[in-house]
Design a protein around this ligand. Structure first.
Ligand code: NAD
Ligand code: DAU
Length: 326
């Protein structure tokens, strides 16, 4: 698998150790600012190879030795893609291309992890949700490079008969998420006695899912999904950013208005919402984490108990946001 030292990938390895104990996992990860070897601590039977997915010499022998590639690695943060799109093009496009070519050469089953952001955004009052037939309409350098990577996978299925599936998931939360992201940024701010920061009015809606529910869906698609198909993963968890900040403030016992509005994200997508019927009906998947408040409480507890994991990055992340008025 790729990107196993990142947020979702490390949770995938951890979940697999418990629920798929026979799986032998090799993680290929460049250990960028977003990857952390410590996220894999305590896991037996995992081999970590530090390397770049865009480096064919590194990728080829690893793919040759694998029965399955699960591709999580990406540059993943929208705000970073607005400051410097170039690593997004290299990792998300050239990296995915490099992996696809290796999988084609060796006839390796491939699962591509992607995002609901490839579909653009929805109006707040639109009754529609994203489905596998929603046209692609990405907004940011991040989401456009993810959209391009999905299209590469589709082309490799059709043109070369690659045995691949794709999943497009909504916003994940849970342990081991980098503190540049919305929820852990606000949690770690509150641990530091700093008020949460809401972009713009906070009306933007995200469709939250616990990272373990995402990863169980990925296993369902690997084991039962149809080759060539796209599966949308979401748990009907739509919430405005304002509601999320208030839920976090409440869990800290703080006043519901104890936050600051800061500069909005340029091109900020308004709303994402997933229709996961194919996953639920064809593959029998359903989420296990159905209480957002319980999930947030557990996530807060994790960041409190694992300050050593995030503390060193906090000052730099906040300095970067401060420089852009956020
Ligand atoms: P993350 O930023 O936490 O982790 C990304 C990992 O990829 C890191 O370990 C990093 O070191 C590694 N990486 C980056 N560039 C690399 C390269 N060139 N070669 C090898 N490794 C490299 O990201 P995440 O939030 O865990 O997201 C994982 C995947 O899930 C991404 O493909 C993302 O698009 C997708 N996704 C994320 C979410 C979300 O809410 N976070 C939702 C849907 C889909
Ligand atoms: O939808 C799936 C996507 O979710 C993934 O593809 C991305 O990899 C992942 O980063 C996430 O993208 P978002 O841009 O939605 O996530 P982020 O955590 O950056 O922001 C969530 C929302 O919160 C968004 O509307 C911006 C807002 N926000 C973010 C930060 C960091 C704030 O209001 N304040 C903040 O401090």
């Amino acid at each position: 698998m790729t990107g196993g030292a990142g947020f979702i990938g490390s949770n995938f390895v951890r979940l697999s150790a418990v629920e798929r104990p026979g799986a032998e996992i090799t993680v290929l990860d460049a250990l960028t600012y977003a990857g952390d070897e410590r996220s894999l601590d305590g896991l037996d039977g995992v081999t970590l190879v530090q390397g770049d997915i865009a480096d064919a010499d590194v990728v080829d022998p690893l793919v040759a030795a694998s029965d399955l590639v699960v591709h999580f690695a990406a540059e993943s943060h929208n705000d970073n893609s607005l400051n410097d799109p170039s690593p997004f093009v290299r990792t998300n496009l050239v990296g995915t291309f490099t992996l696809l070519e290796a999988a084609r050469r060796h006839g390796t089953r491939f699962h591509h992890i992607s995002t609901d952001e490839v579909y653009g955004d929805l109006e707040l009052d639109d009754p529609a949700k994203f489905t596998p037939s929603t046209p692609y309409n990405p907004s940011s350098p991040y989401s456009s490079t993810k959209a391009g990577s999905d299209l590469l996978v589709r082309a490799w299925v059709r043109s070369f008969g690659l045995e691949a599936t794709i999943s497009n998931c909504s916003n994940n939360y849970g342990p081991y998420q980098h503190i540049e992201k919305f929820i852990p940024r606000q949690i770690t701010n509150l641990v530091d006695g700093v008020r949460p920061r809401l972009y713009g009015a906070g009306a933007n809606v995200r469709d939250w899912i616990h990272v373990d529910d995402h990863n169980r869906a990925v296993w369902s698609i690997i084991e039962k999904g149809q080759i060539g198909e796209t599966y949308l993963i979401g748990a009907d968890g739509e919430r405005s950013n304002l509601d999320v900040v208030r839920a976090i403030l409440q869990a800290f016992g703080r006043d519901a208005d104890d936050f600051d509005h800061v500069a909005d994200r340029p091109g900020h997508d308004l709303r994402y919402a997933i229709d996961a019927s194919r996953l639920r009906e064809e593959l029998g998947w359903q989420p296990q984490h159905t209480s957002f408040e319980d999930g947030i409480a557990a996530t807060i507890a994790w960041y409190r108990e694992n300050e050593a994991w995030w503390r060193a990055a906090k000052a730099e992340v906040e300095a970067k946001y401060a420089a852009q008025g956020q």
